[in-house]
Design a binder for this molecule. Structure first.
Ligand code: 13P
Length: 259
């Protein structure tokens, strides 16, 4: 196994206006230390309207937290009312973009093909996709979890070369665990993240599989982060609700100091 530096990302979803966002990152920066940044990569993914304000705070205060977005279109420009292009995000020094989140897939009809186009466009703009995948409770109970997630990974990353895949982030987020307080057990999360790494290995080779970072997401909290992060195929967390509070998010980032 190579040394994959953990990545802990806060997906704020549709929370925090730009004033609240500024307070949040300033508070977070007071709570995190150089040791935290040495051990863990950290990103925050505010709503679009906050990005410029958060960028300014991170850069003017020299805070080593990566700026992320939650979504984008795949085209560079055009008549796509309401959409934001990868190039616009890159101009704000956004470095990570969440793509294919289950809320986008389920509520806004994003398909695997849309996800694939976005992954390519994000990479072309010099940023890193965090490509999400995950099964519903019905799919899990029907024994289809692994097949569903493998299909999403293969479809979303189709056409990429091994070195591109090596630099990516995939987030395994079981839909039944998102916002429910019902986290996957560390063993179940490990099994699914291991399956994702295996499919990457069989399609893109050992080096890509050893380098790609796989996050777990779904009700990650300070109390369960240490056990999840201990799993060999879990390289980080994509945190929703608990990332909205600086104290809670900082405690998740400091998971290695617990137990
Ligand atoms: P929660 O942490 O609120 O369950 O959300 C997870 C998620 O969807 C992150 O993208």
């Amino acid at each position: 196994m190579t040394n994959r530096k953990p990545l802990i990302s806060g997906n704020w979803k549709m929370h925090h206006n730009h004033f609240e966002a500024i307070q949040m990152v300033q508070k977070l920066s007071y709570l995190l230390s150089a040791n935290d940044y040495d051990a863990v990569d950290v990103s925050v993914h505010p709503p679009f309207t906050d990005l410029r304000s958060v960028q300014t705070v991170l850069e003017s205060d020299g805070i080593p937290v990566a700026l992320g977005a939650q979504h984008c279109h795949w085209e560079e420009r055009g008549a796509f009312t309401g959409e934001v292009s990868p190039a616009m995000l890159a101009k704000l020094n956004v470095s990570l973009v969440v793509v294919g989140h289950s809320e986008r897939r389920e509520l806004f009809g994003e398909t695997d093909d849309d996800v694939k186009r976005k992954v390519e466009a994000i990479l072309a703009a010099g940023m890193t996709p965090i490509m999400c995948c995950g099964e519903t409770l019905e799919e899990r109970e029907a024994g289809q979890a692994r097949a569903k997630v493998e299909r999403q990974v293969v479809a979303g990353l189709a056409g990429l070369k091994a070195p591109q895949v090596a630099g990516l982030v995939v987030a395994y987020e079981p839909i039944w665990a998102i916002g429910t307080g019902q986290t996957a057990t560390p063993e179940d999360a490990q099994e699914m993240c291991g399956a994702i790494r295996s499919v990457v290995r069989s399609r893109w080779g050992v080096e890509a599989a050893d380098s790609i970072r796989i996050q777990y997401g779904g009700s990650v909290k300070p109390v369960n982060a240490p056990d999840l992060m201990r799993q060999s195929d879990i390289d980080g967390a994509l945190v929703g609700g608990a990332s909205l509070d600086a104290d809670e998010f900082a405690r998740i980032i400091a998971y290695r100091l617990v137990g």
